[in-house]
Design a protein around this ligand. Structure first.
Ligand code: ADP
Ligand code: MG
Length: 292
């Protein structure tokens, strides 16, 4: 491949809304056979909104939805996570001012905890005790419908479940069709629950799902696929995705994502349009064909 021909490909990339780190990047896309898609912020918009609050009499007969929302909102107020922002904003909107939180701590890929009104409050997937039947059923039904559901526990007892919605981008299904048309196998990767991941995957036409992966383990998923002999492109937007983007044979960062992801990627999809991932791979193949 001559540098000049590759640079022509790079210029065309800019027209399509693809920023390419260096012309040599295009070469690594040639053998890509697997495209790992981060769920939140890549396949979905990542702009989450509070949906429902579930409580059950088993949690204590005097526990109200408002209590669950107040405690969860207070702790989540201290977190930057998209789930946290949806819960804190939704709680403030529905019940007004939230109490302060002390001893706040966030556990990446799991949730948050802290002290509110003299109680130890956990939100997310931190609580690992039994869930009352009614809460378990509500949580699973919400997850099967594609909602992220988190458990709110007070002093170690599950009080309720809060669900948040994250819309699938209008362009995601078309993007998956285009990737498949290029002979690529899409894989959905997320820290979220398996049922939520399946629901989103089905909606956009992806069969392979790798869910409940901790932020620091996403890079291991890429390495494992590579060890199977696959050549992996990774598309992501989050701080969590940076190591995986850097390790993938080709890293594609959403331009709408975090700086960490953009720095780690080989290509940036400027408008955050996943369809352009397919354009990028097609472009690089065509560029290389022209050169040969
Ligand atoms: P993703 O891979 O979708 O970006 P994360 O790895 O950040 O997700 O989080 C995985 C899961 O951990 C979330 O789906 C949620 O259930 C839980 N979680 C993480 N952070 C929080 C939080 N601040 N509040 C509640 N739950 C959380
Ligand atoms: Mg993401």
């Amino acid at each position: 491949a001559t540098p000049t021909a590759l640079l022509v490909g790079t210029g065309r990339g800019a027209q399509l809304g693809i920023l390419i780190k260096g012309p040599e990047v295009l070469e690594s896309t040639r053998r890509v056979d697997t495209v790992v898609l981060d769920k939140t912020g890549t396949v979905t918009t990542g702009r989450m909104t509070l949906q429902k609050v579930y409580v059950t009499e088993e949690s204590g007969e005097d526990v109200l939805e408002e209590d669950v929302l107040r405690l969860a909102g207070a702790v989540e107020h201290a977190s930057e996570h998209p789930v946290a922002r949806a819960i804190a904003a939704g709680a403030a909107e529905r019940i007004g001012a939230l109490p302060p939180v002390e001893h706040f701590e966030s556990v990446p890929g799991k949730g948050v905890h802290g002290h509110v009104e003299g109680h130890d409050v956990q939100v997310g997937r931190i609580h690992d005790g039994p869930l009352p039947e009614a809460l378990k059923a509500a949580k699973e039904a919400a997850e099967n419908a594609g909602y992220t559901a988190v458990v709110v526990a007070r002093d170690g007892v599950a009080l309720g479940v809060v669900t948040v919605a994250d819309a699938i981008k209008e362009t995601s299904a078309e993007a998956v069709r285009r990737l498949r048309a290029l002979g690529l196998t899409p894989v959905l990767l997320t820290g979220d629950n398996e049922r939520v991941a399946r629901s989103v995957a089905t909606a956009v036409g992806v069969d392979e799902v790798i869910a409940e992966v901790l932020p620091q383990d996403k890079v291991d998923v890429v390495r494992r696929l590579q060890a199977e002999g696959r050549t992996v492109a990774m598309v992501g937007d989050g701080v969590n995705d940076a190591a995986a983007l850097a390790t993938a044979d080709l890293g594609l960062a959403m331009g709408t994502g975090t700086d960490a992801a953009i720095e780690a990627g080989d290509l940036t999809l400027v408008r955050g349009d996943l369809r352009v991932a397919a354009d990028a791979i097609r472009l690089s193949r065509r560029t290389l064909t022209t050169i040969r």
